[in-house]
Design a binder for this molecule. Structure first.
Ligand code: 13P
Length: 258
């Protein structure tokens, strides 16, 4: 197994600081020191500071859910990569909710990925087709375009971080997010095998494409997680709703241990 599994919890717009502290304190004992799997939690920006202090000394990493690409300036309401890097190792970029509700384009996401690399953050770069595109059999075309445009001109350093571990891709079919209708493990695996990894190969070379972790996201829970992780191309999960439930998130994480 060349790729270490990774489980990331995307809390979305949930949890006040007090709620976040409570959730993390309950989760840490069950997640901590489970070797063979990387663990990341991504609270809203307002809870990053509180959660980062609770995670100190654990092997659970912190991620943000979004950021802007500029370093500083008159961009009211935004936060910059260096601000995120003060607390986080990871940052979710290009989530479908950002693309759908906040108008993020492939080009915007590309700028954000470049900025994340510049500040030593590991992007969890999200892609996935809408229900309409899925039903029109356009999944491959859409996902291929998202990978090629979102990761255009990204340069891996040939040493140090250049092993592919500083980029994570999350394939999240939009019709599977928050719907309880997950993709089948074999379908998700096929999209990764036939489109996502080949597109990564065109961008970065075959060897690198084999080292980049690709997660599945969309209605993953404690019950169905194992089915995804038994697929050869699925290296973990980006979990929404179930990441707010202690028992589920721990069960998903344990299912990923190799
Ligand atoms: P759900 O797990 O709630 O379907 O959300 C998936 C997701 O969007 C994670 O980023």
């Amino acid at each position: 197994m060349i790729r270490k599994p990774l489980i990331a919890g995307n809390w979305k717009m949930h949890m006040t600081v007090a709620d976040a502290r409570h959730l993390v304190s309950e989760m840490v004992p069950g997640l901590q020191s489970k070797s063979g799997v990387d663990k990341v939690v991504c609270p809203p920006h307002t809870a990053l500071l509180a959660v980062s202090s609770l995670l100190e000394g654990t092997d659970i990493a912190l991620g943000a859910q979004n950021m802007y690409w500029e370093t500083a300036g008159a961009f009211t309401g935004e936060i910059s990569p260096n601000m995120v890097a003060e607390f986080c190792e990871y940052v979710i970029l290009g989530h479908s909710e950002r693309r759908t509700f906040f108008g993020e384009t492939d080009k915007d996401v590309n700028r954000k990925v470049q900025a994340a690399f510049a500040y030593g953050l590991t992007p969890i770069f999200c892609i996935g087709e809408t229900l309409e595109e899925y039903e029109a059999d356009r999944t491959y075309e859409v996902v291929f375009r998202q990978v090629k445009m979102g990761l255009e001109a990204i340069q891996f350093d040939n040493s140090g971080d250049g092993d592919g571990s500083n980029l994570v891709v999350a394939y999240e079919p939009i019709w599977a997010i928050g719907t309880g209708r997950a993709a089948t493990p074999t379908d998700a695996n096929q999209v990764i095998a036939e489109v996502i990894r080949p597109a990564l190969g065109e961008l970065f070379g075959e060897g690198m494409a084999q080292r980049i972790r690709v997660l599945y996201g969309g209605s993953v829970n404690g019950e169905n997680a194992q089915g995804f992780f038994s697929q050869s191309e699925i290296d973990g999960a980006l979990v929404g709703g179930a990441s707010l439930k202690v028992a589920d998130f721990i069960q998903i994480t344990l299912a990923a241990v190799r």
